[in-house]
Design a protein around this ligand. Sequence first.
Ligand code: NAD
Length: 252
Amino acid sequence: MAGSLDDKVAFITGGGSGIGAATAKVFAREGARVAVVVNKNLEGGQQTASEIQEAGGEALLIRADVSKEDDVRSAVQETVDHFGRLDCAFNNAGIAGESKLVVDYSRAEWDLVIAVNLTGVWLCVQEEIRQMLTTGGGAIVNMASIAGLRGNPPNAPYSASKHGVIGITKSAAKQYGSEGIRVNAVCPGGIETRMVAEVIDDPAISESLLRRQALGRFGEPGEVGEVVAFLCSDAASFVTGVAMPVDAGFVA
Ligand code: NAD
């Protein structure tokens, strides 16, 4: 049976765990050849790549810190050198940072979250677009959050970084639509990964979050992956510049 991403080459950051790992497997199931990009989590990346290969798919493990320009440039180049082209990208790598009052953040804490979550997406988008322009198009999905659509009082730097991701997404979508490049963002609500383990383990925070997620549960990482795969597929050929909630109704 044909997959929705047959013959496409995909670049997925943060592919060693959580939503990135699950999405890499959805992409491979749908026929894509996948570059699994990890920073420190080499073991997680190896696991994702092995699972894809054992299921009969193609995966390439690449090490890169998305906040470093040279790393991003060589990671995208390695993908193209290995697979011959770049069709899709999911710029997913991110960190939560600490939860504090606005006045209690140090400059270093702010800089770190912005460097990974916002500058990391920016550098990836730049490099991916440069490649996609050489082949006549592609589809990019950036990882935002419900914290990019509304304020997130416990963690302002995170919320600022995710609002910024949506700004990059909409601007790039407008600029490169005529070149056949679609750029969208996903905005997940609470998804069960290690990033939100503390939230899930705290009954007070967990209950208040679940009251707002109309489906009354946390999401599975793969439920985000399915939406990202759709946005990268030709089925979404008329969709660009969107910041799509994947949040069980949270922002509704
Ligand atoms: P996760 O911690 O499992 O995944 C984050 C991944 O990013 C990890 O694999 C980590 O190694 C990688 N990473 C961190 N810094 C990096 C760097 N400098 N360079 C390259 N890779 C780096 O948690 P997750 O929940 O799967 O998070 C994935 C993305 O989803 C993040 O951007 C997060 O902000 C976003 N998100 C998560 C939720 C949720 O509820 N889990 C909700 C909204 C948005």
